[in-house]
Design a protein around this ligand. Structure first.
Ligand code: PGA
Length: 234
């Protein structure tokens, strides 16, 4: 299983240190073999080698240069970061990233050998139009994306499920994941209102290889509990 914690714009550097100490000691004390990735804000990046991977929630697809307010490859290399989240719905819908920009980012970080957690997912209005329209919408989010990239992880995150407490039914998750499975061999994560109460059930679904957790991952104890649930499923 792959379990990801996406902090978004939450936690200070100090909070993140305390959090990582809890999760890292849990992972080593319990000999956890699952892949655990934490995406803290840029200000909380650290150098140290860890038994928990650290990724970034975003970066600009250049080595360095005149891109005010952005973080580029050079800054990530300083921290040994080799994992990035691309295509998250908050970047698509709040920041306004286009598929073209997302594709450029994907190509650049794939060329530099990053592990890429690539997010797709439909707004509620699309879901209400039925499965064919839903899959056609997701198909567009794969435009320009190399689904055979060896370090790819795909996360299915319905926009309407993120941060809302709503989740699709288990059979709806399985339906989308089986359609995704027919497109790629990459591990498939589900994200959107995953919490301690539903994580185990979701991780046990067909073609679900892990979870991408936002709000519920902000508690180190809750995130560790989800890691423990993943271990129990194996
Ligand atoms: P949520 O966020 O768990 O708070 O719904 C998930 C995500 O945006 O990755």
């Amino acid at each position: 299983m792959i379990l990801c914690a996406n902090f978004k714009a939450n936690k200070t550097r100090q909070d993140t240190r305390a959090y990582m100490a809890v999760v890292e000691s849990f992972v080593s004390a319990n000999g956890i073999g699952d892949t655990i990735i934490v995406f803290p804000p840029f200000t909380a990046l650290e150098h140290d080698p860890r038994n928990v991977l650290i990724g970034v929630q975003n970066a600009y697809p250049v080595q360095n240069g005149a891109y005010t307010g952005e973080i580029a490859l050079e800054q990530l290399e300083e921290f040994g970061i080799k994992t990035i989240l691309i295509g998250h719905s908050e970047r698509r819908h709040i920041i306004g990233e286009t598929q073209e920009q997302i594709t450029a980012k994907f190509r650049f970080f794939a060329e530099h050998g990053f592990a890429i957690v690539y997010c797709v997912g439909e707004p509620l209005a699309v879901r209400e139009e039925g499965n064919d329209i839903l899959m056609a919408y997701i198909e567009q989010q794969f435009e320009g994306i190399d689904l055979t990239y060896s370090d790819l992880i795909v996360a299915y995150e319905p926009v309407w499920a993120i941060g809302t407490g709503l989740t699709p039914s288990n059979s709806d998750i399985e339906l989308v994941h089986s359609a995704l499975r027919s497109k790629t061999d990459a591990p498939l994560l589900y994200g959107g209102s995953v919490k301690v109460d539903n994580a185990s059930t979701i991780m046990a679904l067909d073609n679900v290889d892990g979870i991408l957790v936002g709000s519920a991952s902000l508690s180190a104890n809750d995130f560790c509990e989800m890691i423990a649930q993943a271990t129990e499923l194996q």
